[in-house]
Design a protein around this ligand. Sequence first.
Ligand SMILES: Cc1cc2nc3c(=O)[nH]c(=O)nc-3n(C[C@H](O)[C@H](O)[C@H](O)COP(=O)(O)O)c2cc1C
Length: 255
Amino acid sequence: MIIYFTGTGNSLTTARILAGSLDDEAFHINEAVDMDPSQEKIIGLVYPCYYNDMPNAVKDFVKKFKFNKTTYIFGILTHGGDPGNSIHTFQALLAEKGLDLSYGNDILMPVNSRIMYGRVTTDIQIRVKNQKKIVKRFTSDVSSRRKNSTGFKKKMVPAIMSNLSNSSLGKRLVMKKVDSDRCIQCGTCVKVCSLKNIKIKKDKVLIGKSCTDCLACMHWCPKAAIGFGRRNVKREQQYHHPNVKLKDIILQEQQ
Ligand SMILES: Cc1cc2nc3c(=O)[nH]c(=O)nc-3n(C[C@H](O)[C@H](O)[C@H](O)COP(=O)(O)O)c2cc1C
Protein backbone atom coordinates (compact mmCIF):
# COMPACT_ATOMS: atom_id res chain seq x y z
CA MET A 1 0.00 0.00 0.00
CA ILE A 2 1.46 3.35 -1.10
CA ILE A 3 0.07 6.48 0.53
CA TYR A 4 0.77 10.01 -0.67
CA PHE A 5 0.15 13.67 -0.07
CA THR A 6 0.65 16.20 -2.86
CA GLY A 7 -0.08 19.74 -4.00
CA THR A 8 1.41 19.83 -7.47
CA GLY A 9 1.96 16.19 -8.38
CA ASN A 10 5.65 15.48 -7.62
CA SER A 11 4.72 13.16 -4.76
CA LEU A 12 1.67 11.78 -6.56
CA THR A 13 3.71 10.72 -9.61
CA THR A 14 6.45 9.31 -7.36
CA ALA A 15 3.81 7.29 -5.49
CA ARG A 16 2.28 6.08 -8.75
CA ILE A 17 5.61 4.96 -10.20
CA LEU A 18 6.38 3.12 -6.96
CA ALA A 19 2.95 1.51 -6.83
CA GLY A 20 3.17 0.48 -10.50
CA SER A 21 6.51 -1.21 -10.12
CA LEU A 22 5.61 -2.85 -6.79
CA ASP A 23 2.29 -4.09 -8.24
CA ASP A 24 0.51 -2.12 -5.54
CA GLU A 25 -1.94 0.78 -5.32
CA ALA A 26 -1.49 4.45 -4.39
CA PHE A 27 -3.95 6.24 -2.11
CA HIS A 28 -4.17 9.86 -0.97
CA ILE A 29 -3.91 10.27 2.83
CA ASN A 30 -7.61 11.23 2.93
CA GLU A 31 -8.55 7.92 1.28
CA ALA A 32 -6.10 5.87 3.34
CA VAL A 33 -6.83 7.27 6.77
CA ASP A 34 -9.83 5.02 7.47
CA MET A 35 -8.49 1.92 5.70
CA ASP A 36 -7.51 -1.22 7.54
CA PRO A 37 -3.84 -1.89 6.74
CA SER A 38 -3.53 -5.03 8.87
CA GLN A 39 -3.04 -7.31 5.84
CA GLU A 40 -0.49 -5.05 4.14
CA LYS A 41 3.03 -6.42 3.80
CA ILE A 42 4.50 -3.02 2.99
CA ILE A 43 3.33 0.54 3.57
CA GLY A 44 5.09 3.42 1.86
CA LEU A 45 4.37 7.07 2.57
CA VAL A 46 5.35 9.59 -0.13
CA TYR A 47 5.20 13.26 0.82
CA PRO A 48 6.73 16.65 0.04
CA CYS A 49 9.08 18.65 2.27
CA TYR A 50 7.62 21.89 3.63
CA TYR A 51 9.86 24.25 5.55
CA ASN A 52 12.51 21.56 6.14
CA ASP A 53 9.96 19.18 7.59
CA MET A 54 6.97 16.94 6.99
CA PRO A 55 3.76 18.85 6.11
CA ASN A 56 1.47 19.29 9.13
CA ALA A 57 -1.37 17.45 7.35
CA VAL A 58 0.92 14.43 6.88
CA LYS A 59 2.02 14.54 10.53
CA ASP A 60 -1.67 14.41 11.53
CA PHE A 61 -2.18 11.45 9.20
CA VAL A 62 0.75 9.50 10.68
CA LYS A 63 -0.60 10.11 14.19
CA LYS A 64 -4.07 8.82 13.23
CA PHE A 65 -3.26 5.93 10.88
CA LYS A 66 -3.30 2.43 12.36
CA PHE A 67 0.04 1.10 11.11
CA ASN A 68 0.69 -2.54 11.78
CA LYS A 69 3.73 -3.48 13.87
CA THR A 70 4.86 -6.26 11.57
CA THR A 71 4.61 -4.23 8.34
CA TYR A 72 7.68 -3.00 6.49
CA ILE A 73 7.14 0.79 6.65
CA PHE A 74 9.09 3.15 4.40
CA GLY A 75 9.05 6.87 3.65
CA ILE A 76 9.95 8.68 0.44
CA LEU A 77 10.35 12.44 0.50
CA THR A 78 10.09 14.69 -2.55
CA HIS A 79 11.86 18.00 -2.13
CA GLY A 80 13.57 20.88 -3.89
CA GLY A 81 17.08 20.50 -2.52
CA ASP A 82 16.81 20.80 1.24
CA PRO A 83 15.13 17.77 2.86
CA GLY A 84 15.79 19.01 6.41
CA ASN A 85 14.18 16.84 9.08
CA SER A 86 11.32 15.46 6.97
CA ILE A 87 12.39 11.81 7.18
CA HIS A 88 13.46 12.18 10.82
CA THR A 89 9.95 13.41 11.69
CA PHE A 90 8.34 10.34 10.15
CA GLN A 91 10.68 8.06 12.07
CA ALA A 92 10.09 10.00 15.33
CA LEU A 93 6.29 9.93 14.95
CA LEU A 94 6.37 6.18 14.32
CA ALA A 95 8.68 5.69 17.32
CA GLU A 96 6.09 7.47 19.50
CA LYS A 97 3.66 4.72 18.44
CA GLY A 98 6.20 1.97 19.16
CA LEU A 99 6.84 1.40 15.45
CA ASP A 100 9.96 1.37 13.28
CA LEU A 101 10.64 3.14 10.03
CA SER A 102 12.43 0.44 8.05
CA TYR A 103 13.64 2.56 5.15
CA GLY A 104 13.72 6.24 4.18
CA ASN A 105 14.92 8.01 1.08
CA ASP A 106 14.42 11.26 -0.81
CA ILE A 107 14.19 12.49 -4.36
CA LEU A 108 15.07 15.89 -5.78
CA MET A 109 12.08 17.27 -7.70
CA PRO A 110 11.09 20.66 -9.15
CA VAL A 111 10.51 23.30 -6.46
CA ASN A 112 6.88 24.38 -6.24
CA SER A 113 7.41 27.04 -3.59
CA ARG A 114 9.20 29.50 -5.84
CA ILE A 115 6.53 32.15 -5.54
CA MET A 116 7.54 32.55 -1.93
CA TYR A 117 11.25 32.39 -2.48
CA GLY A 118 11.60 34.20 -5.79
CA ARG A 119 12.38 33.17 -9.31
CA VAL A 120 12.78 29.73 -10.83
CA THR A 121 16.27 28.38 -10.37
CA THR A 122 15.75 24.70 -10.91
CA ASP A 123 15.73 22.67 -14.05
CA ILE A 124 12.29 21.12 -14.16
CA GLN A 125 12.98 18.93 -17.19
CA ILE A 126 16.10 17.30 -15.76
CA ARG A 127 14.51 16.52 -12.40
CA VAL A 128 11.39 15.06 -13.98
CA LYS A 129 13.49 13.05 -16.44
CA ASN A 130 15.53 11.51 -13.60
CA GLN A 131 12.46 10.70 -11.52
CA LYS A 132 11.67 7.25 -12.97
CA LYS A 133 15.27 6.07 -12.72
CA ILE A 134 15.57 7.17 -9.07
CA VAL A 135 12.20 5.75 -8.03
CA LYS A 136 13.12 2.40 -9.63
CA ARG A 137 16.09 2.34 -7.24
CA PHE A 138 13.70 2.79 -4.30
CA THR A 139 11.54 0.00 -5.71
CA SER A 140 14.48 -2.33 -5.81
CA ASP A 141 15.41 -1.45 -2.19
CA VAL A 142 11.84 -1.93 -0.99
CA SER A 143 11.41 -5.20 -2.89
CA SER A 144 14.44 -6.61 -1.11
CA ARG A 145 13.15 -5.13 2.20
CA ARG A 146 16.34 -3.16 2.59
CA LYS A 147 16.73 -1.30 5.86
CA ASN A 148 18.55 2.00 6.29
CA SER A 149 18.55 5.08 8.46
CA THR A 150 19.05 7.81 5.84
CA GLY A 151 17.79 11.14 7.18
CA PHE A 152 16.70 9.66 10.52
CA LYS A 153 18.95 11.91 12.59
CA LYS A 154 17.50 15.25 13.70
CA LYS A 155 19.35 18.37 12.45
CA MET A 156 19.22 21.51 14.57
CA VAL A 157 19.24 24.31 11.95
CA PRO A 158 16.34 22.88 9.90
CA ALA A 159 14.45 22.32 13.17
CA ILE A 160 14.80 26.02 14.04
CA MET A 161 13.74 27.00 10.50
CA SER A 162 10.62 24.86 10.58
CA ASN A 163 9.68 26.16 14.05
CA LEU A 164 9.93 29.71 12.72
CA SER A 165 7.81 28.85 9.69
CA ASN A 166 5.16 27.27 11.88
CA SER A 167 5.09 30.29 14.22
CA SER A 168 2.23 32.75 13.91
CA LEU A 169 4.55 35.31 12.25
CA GLY A 170 5.75 32.68 9.75
CA LYS A 171 2.15 31.73 8.98
CA ARG A 172 1.20 35.37 8.49
CA LEU A 173 4.00 35.90 5.97
CA VAL A 174 2.70 33.15 3.69
CA MET A 175 -1.02 33.76 4.17
CA LYS A 176 -2.87 33.23 0.90
CA LYS A 177 -4.81 36.03 -0.67
CA VAL A 178 -7.29 36.06 -3.51
CA ASP A 179 -7.19 38.76 -6.17
CA SER A 180 -10.89 39.48 -6.60
CA ASP A 181 -10.29 41.22 -9.95
CA ARG A 182 -8.85 38.02 -11.45
CA CYS A 183 -10.98 35.45 -9.62
CA ILE A 184 -13.94 34.08 -11.61
CA GLN A 185 -15.26 31.90 -8.73
CA CYS A 186 -14.81 28.75 -10.86
CA GLY A 187 -14.31 26.64 -7.71
CA THR A 188 -11.05 24.97 -8.81
CA CYS A 189 -9.34 26.06 -5.56
CA VAL A 190 -12.19 24.53 -3.54
CA LYS A 191 -11.80 21.21 -5.38
CA VAL A 192 -8.01 20.93 -5.15
CA CYS A 193 -7.88 21.73 -1.44
CA SER A 194 -7.67 18.30 0.17
CA LEU A 195 -8.08 19.91 3.59
CA LYS A 196 -11.47 21.36 2.56
CA ASN A 197 -10.19 24.71 3.75
CA ILE A 198 -11.56 26.82 0.88
CA LYS A 199 -15.18 27.86 0.39
CA ILE A 200 -17.06 30.17 -1.93
CA LYS A 201 -19.65 32.28 -0.16
CA LYS A 202 -21.60 35.09 -1.74
CA ASP A 203 -19.31 35.09 -4.81
CA LYS A 204 -16.22 35.39 -2.61
CA VAL A 205 -13.45 32.83 -2.16
CA LEU A 206 -12.76 32.33 1.54
CA ILE A 207 -9.57 30.61 2.69
CA GLY A 208 -9.81 29.17 6.20
CA LYS A 209 -7.24 28.66 8.90
CA SER A 210 -6.39 24.98 8.45
CA CYS A 211 -4.10 25.48 5.43
CA THR A 212 -1.12 23.10 5.25
CA ASP A 213 0.57 25.21 2.54
CA CYS A 214 0.49 22.65 -0.28
CA LEU A 215 -0.10 25.56 -2.70
CA ALA A 216 -2.45 23.50 -4.87
CA CYS A 217 -4.95 26.40 -4.88
CA MET A 218 -2.31 28.78 -6.15
CA HIS A 219 -0.75 26.54 -8.79
CA TRP A 220 -4.00 25.15 -10.21
CA CYS A 221 -5.99 28.41 -10.36
CA PRO A 222 -6.80 28.98 -14.07
CA LYS A 223 -6.63 32.74 -13.56
CA ALA A 224 -3.56 32.82 -11.28
CA ALA A 225 -5.71 34.71 -8.79
CA ILE A 226 -4.27 33.27 -5.59
CA GLY A 227 -1.07 34.71 -4.16
CA PHE A 228 0.90 35.10 -0.95
CA GLY A 229 0.90 37.98 1.47
CA ARG A 230 1.42 40.96 -0.81
CA ARG A 231 2.71 38.92 -3.72
CA ASN A 232 0.57 38.10 -6.72
CA VAL A 233 1.43 34.98 -8.64
CA LYS A 234 2.31 35.18 -12.32
CA ARG A 235 1.07 32.52 -14.70
CA GLU A 236 4.63 31.48 -15.56
CA GLN A 237 5.33 30.91 -11.88
CA GLN A 238 2.60 28.32 -11.61
CA TYR A 239 3.91 24.77 -11.61
CA HIS A 240 2.56 21.28 -11.72
CA HIS A 241 4.30 18.04 -12.63
CA PRO A 242 4.03 17.67 -16.43
CA ASN A 243 2.46 14.20 -16.17
CA VAL A 244 -0.30 15.32 -13.81
CA LYS A 245 -3.65 16.78 -14.77
CA LEU A 246 -6.09 18.73 -12.63
CA LYS A 247 -8.38 15.68 -12.42
CA ASP A 248 -5.54 13.68 -10.81
CA ILE A 249 -5.36 16.15 -7.95
CA ILE A 250 -9.10 16.36 -7.27
CA LEU A 251 -10.14 13.57 -4.93
CA GLN A 252 -13.39 11.71 -5.57
CA GLU A 253 -14.95 13.15 -2.42
CA GLN A 254 -14.21 16.68 -3.70
CA GLN A 255 -15.68 16.21 -7.21
C1 LIG B 1 5.22 25.63 1.58
C2 LIG B 1 6.35 24.91 0.94
C3 LIG B 1 7.56 24.80 1.59
C4 LIG B 1 8.62 24.10 0.99
N1 LIG B 1 9.78 23.95 1.70
C5 LIG B 1 10.79 23.22 1.17
C6 LIG B 1 11.99 22.98 1.92
O1 LIG B 1 12.14 23.39 3.08
N2 LIG B 1 12.98 22.26 1.34
C7 LIG B 1 12.87 21.77 0.05
O2 LIG B 1 13.79 21.13 -0.43
N3 LIG B 1 11.73 21.94 -0.67
C8 LIG B 1 10.68 22.65 -0.14
N4 LIG B 1 9.53 22.83 -0.87
C9 LIG B 1 9.43 22.25 -2.23
C10 LIG B 1 8.65 20.94 -2.25
O3 LIG B 1 9.03 20.09 -1.20
C11 LIG B 1 8.81 20.17 -3.57
O4 LIG B 1 8.64 20.97 -4.67
C12 LIG B 1 7.88 18.96 -3.59
O5 LIG B 1 8.37 18.01 -4.50
C13 LIG B 1 6.45 19.31 -3.95
O6 LIG B 1 5.68 18.13 -3.95
P1 LIG B 1 4.23 18.01 -4.59
O7 LIG B 1 4.34 18.38 -6.05
O8 LIG B 1 3.87 16.58 -4.41
O9 LIG B 1 3.33 18.93 -3.86
C14 LIG B 1 8.46 23.50 -0.29
C15 LIG B 1 7.22 23.62 -0.92
C16 LIG B 1 6.17 24.30 -0.33
C17 LIG B 1 4.85 24.38 -1.03
